[in-house]
Design a protein around this ligand. Structure first.
Ligand code: FUC
Length: 796
């Protein structure tokens, strides 16, 4: 009886955070606006304004904004996920296939520099590719800002009691200040149900709000005012690109709205912003008008209510408490400064974790495009690296936390996008390699670009497609559903088909190799003094293909189809170069034991098998795990982890190696060295992958499930001595809540989404209540679950 009561109390404790009103712990706040004196207001290419890195992002997956919070002038940068210049291009290069045999021959003869020379000359895409990362004026295009909204206030006097915040528990950015005896308040959110950005301004006295509204864009658009509405229109790429529209409507309470727009003598004003582009939507003008009509008929209270309902249904699924120090009461930028000086602030880590979830659900919602290099937030007409999709780490990292941190729906835009690459990628596979199936290389845009990049040193990465397919599989692994698997299997299969055709036997080693390829963006030195990036069978390629083949083999079993194809995959998989240990005891990055020319290189591709892959595991392959550890240490000794995303990856590696303290050191380094005042990740410049990889990495320290078992607290750092987490997801279809105290696990609740056999590894021996369980090992419990069942584990 007592035990049952205890179980009940624990369950109540774990579900309580969801029932409580919004907690201020999940809040970014500042004592000053995001303005930097003398700085231009629109962005620069390759460098965001300083103010941008202080402004606060909002988003509904498609529409986004950055709220700067100025007093005399409020600037809200507006974004829309499909604001892309450029248009579809045929960049496949027919000379590639002609020279492929010669390049392969040179590689077989280990003549790397010659093979590279020829690859550079004949295998790159046709044309300008991504325009060297400056593609806005090329066919490739760039992700671009939608525009800027400026509100110029007639304020007289100094602002007092200034406060600016983004509350992650509501998804609402807020600015308040007082001038004289009038308090001004602004609330801004991007509503998914309304498909609109809603801005609410209030003054504490009648006639308090007097301001002008301007909507513009640095290039390419014109704005027209009519009644209470401003409409901005434009078209990309000199009429060859898509069109776009953005409209703003002002609804004033007490007071007037005049053309231009000028708001006079109001006490409260609601501004509604809607926008659409012609991307897959010829009737985008009508879409915009329709959203505006529906939203503007609703009261502000109703709009806020529906936003909160939608937003919180996703955000509130997970809560995390890692403990608090007094620093948690301070403004976010001051907390970061103190953390840089070595002060402990575990609540800043949990805030960063939740911010990653916030950014994902704000930049990636079903029906839209996936989060790009900057999510959906850019202030430029030439976003760094075109704000595109880089598939040699970056866009995959964007989704590392999607499943574990309980935002599986937010993974869907990426999954749909990956499926959409199959068609153009089939043509590229034929033209470049004479192969069936589909391929994509390092980069893509929204126009279906699948050719290699314009420079093979980074652009010749033919296993990107197989890596992308891991996402199709992981979505299934976290929530096994045959109907879903049936839908994505053809894309996975066609990718595997490509590698069956593309892989070729190296006459010397007899292994099946990818040739030519590269270990993302790294350069090696051979014993006879050659340096090159072009190679065959870099370890990452082999590990990625091993994963894809394994998942296709398993899928064919689950679906009961395609067994002869699976047989071919089993045979080919056995001939891939296996993970190898080199002269330093390291995991080899290339097929032969080469050294890298830059020991601290940001890519740590050969550790793919450790994370995000699972071919190397802490318990299953201890020798390889040790070699991975040596590789990681060598990279770090060489100065690795200097870009935000690289640091985020390192966190995930240490978590998978069960080194809690090293994982923690790197979480702190990510915050201290690669995080901007608004907690955006800094490559530099701002690049959102580090946010997502960091957030996912924090989850990996608390829960892992890559080895056919759920492991509780695999890498809990000492400083998070007492805490709890609720709502994390594990592969197999489970949700997990854990409570720990004094560095020791106390209890856990596992919720099964479907019936099956659950295997749980606990840090110390635990007992399961009310259900019979077997101990496979003293700390491994195995039990049967029923869909919807909750299973409580406790320490004895
Ligand atoms: C990869 C990385 C770069 C950068 C770019 C967007 O190519 O090597 O560091 O993150 O993507």
């Amino acid at each position: 009886m007592f035990v049952r009561l205890k179980g009940l109390l624990i369950m109540l404790y774990l579900t309580l955070p969801a029932l409580l009103p919004a907690v201020s712990a999940d809040r970014l706040w500042y004592r000053q606006p995001a303005t930097v004196a003398g700085e231009a207001e629109s962005g620069f290419s390759w460098q965001n304004s300083k103010a941008f890195s202080q402004a606060l992002p909002i988003g509904n997956g498609r529409l986004g904004g950055m709220v700067f919070g100025g007093v005399n002038m409020e600037r809200i940068l507006l974004n829309e996920g499909s604001m892309w210049s450029g248009y579809p291009q045929d960049a496949d290069n027919p000379t590639a296939l002609e020279y492929l045999p010669q390049i392969r021959k040179l590689l077989f003869e280990r003549k790397y520099t010659e093979a590279q020379e020829m690859t550079y000359r004949y295998l790159a895409c046709k044309g300008t590719g991504s325009g060297g990362g400056n593609g806005a004026n090329e066919a490739y295009g760039s992700y671009e800002l939608l525009g800027n909204l400026a509100l110029h206030f007639d304020h007289k006097g100094e602002a007092q009691e200034y406060h600016r915040e983004l509350d992650l528990s509501t998804g609402i950015a807020k600015v308040t200040y007082r001038i004289g005896d009038t308090t001004y308040t602004r609330e801004v959110f991007a509503s998914h149900p309304a498909q609109a950005i809603v801005i609410r301004l209030t003054a504490s006295r009648a006639n308090g709000l007097n301001f002008d509204v301007a909507l513009n864009r640095p290039a390419g658009a014109t704005t027209e005012a009519q009644g209470d509405t401003l409409t901005m229109r434009g078209q990309f790429s000199n009429g060859k690109g898509i069109g776009y529209i953005c409209s703003l409507k002002a609804i004033a309470e007490q007071g007037t709205v005049r053309g231009g727009l000028r708001i006079a003598g109001a006490k409260a004003v609601t501004l509604i912003v809607c926008a659409n582009t012609g991307f897959h939507n010829p009737k985008y003008t009508e879409s915009c008008a329709k959203s505006m009509e529906t939203a503007s008929r609703k009261s502000y209270a109703a709009l806020k209510r529906e936003h909160l309902k939608d937003y919180q249904s996703l955000f509130n699924r997970v809560s995390l408490d890692l403990g608090r120090t007094p620093n948690a009461e301070l403004p976010t930028d001051e907390r970061l400064e103190r953390l840089r000086k070595g002060e402990e602030d575990p609540a800043l880590v949990s805030l960063y974790f939740q911010y990653g979830r916030y950014l994902l659900l704000s930049s990636s919602r079903p029906g839209g495009l996936p989060a790009n290099l900057q999510g959906i937030w850019t202030e430029s007409t030439q976003t760094p690296w075109n704000g595109d999709y880089h598939h040699n780490i970056n866009d995959q990292m964007n989704y590392w936390g999607a499943e574990t941190t309980n935002l599986a729906e937010c993974h869907e835009p990426f999954i749909e996008y990956i499926k959409s690459l199959q068609e153009p990628g089939s043509k590229t596979a034929k033209v470049h390699y004479g192969a069936n199936g589909w391929v994509v290389h390092t980069i893509s845009n929204i126009w279906g670009y699948t050719s290699p990049g314009e420079h093979p040193s980074w652009g010749q990465f033919p296993t990107a497609g197989a890596w992308l397919c891991l996402h199709l599989w992981e979505h299934y692994a976290f929530q096994p559903d045959k109907v879903y698997l049936e839908k994505v299997y053809p894309t996975m299969r066609a990718s595997a088909q490509f590698y069956l055709d593309f892989l070729v036997e190296d006459p010397k080693s007899r292994y099946l190799v990818t040739a030519p390829s590269n270990s993302p963006e790294n350069i090696f030195r051979t014993s006879d003094g050659q340096t090159a990036s072009v190679c065959m069978a870099p370890s990452m390629d082999m590990q990625i293909i091993y994963g894809l083949f394994s998942h296709c083999i398993e899928a064919s079993k689950i679906l009961g189809i395609d067994s002869s194809f699976a047989k071919r995959l089993i045979e080919a998989r056995a001939k891939l170069v296996p993970p190898q240990i080199g002269k330093h005891g390291q995991l080899m990055e290339w097929m032969e034991d080469f050294d890298e020319t830059e020991p601290g290189h940001r890519h740590i591709s050969h550790l793919f098998a450790l994370h995000p892959g699972n071919q190397i595991t802490y318990r299953g392959t201890p020798e390889l795990a040790r070699a991975a550890r040596i590789s990681l240490e060598r990279r770090l000794q060489g100065g690795g982890g200097h870009t935000g995303w690289s640091r985020a990856w390192i966190i995930n590696f240490w978590a998978r190696l069960h080194d809690s303290e090293k994982a923690h050191d790197n979480i702190i380094a990510l915050l201290a060295k690669s995080t901007l005042p608004n907690l955006f990740d800094n490559h530099p410049p701002f690049q959102i992958d580090g946010n997502f990889g960091g957030s996912g990495g924090i989850a990996e320290t608390l829960l892992q499930s890559q080895s056919d078992e759920i492991e509780l607290l695999p890498a809990l750092p000492k400083v998070w001595a007492t805490g709890s987490v609720k709502g994390l997801r594990a592969r197999g279809g489970y949700e997990v809540a854990i409570v720990w105290e004094g560095g020791r696990i106390r209890s856990a609740v596992i919720t099964a989404k479907q019936s099956g056999t659950c295997r749980v590894r606990t840090p110390i021996r635990m007992v399961l209540h009310g259900v019979s369980a077997q101990y496979a090992e003293p700390t491994v419990l195995v039990f049967e679950t029923k869909a919807g069942g909750k299973y409580t584990l406790e320490t004895e």
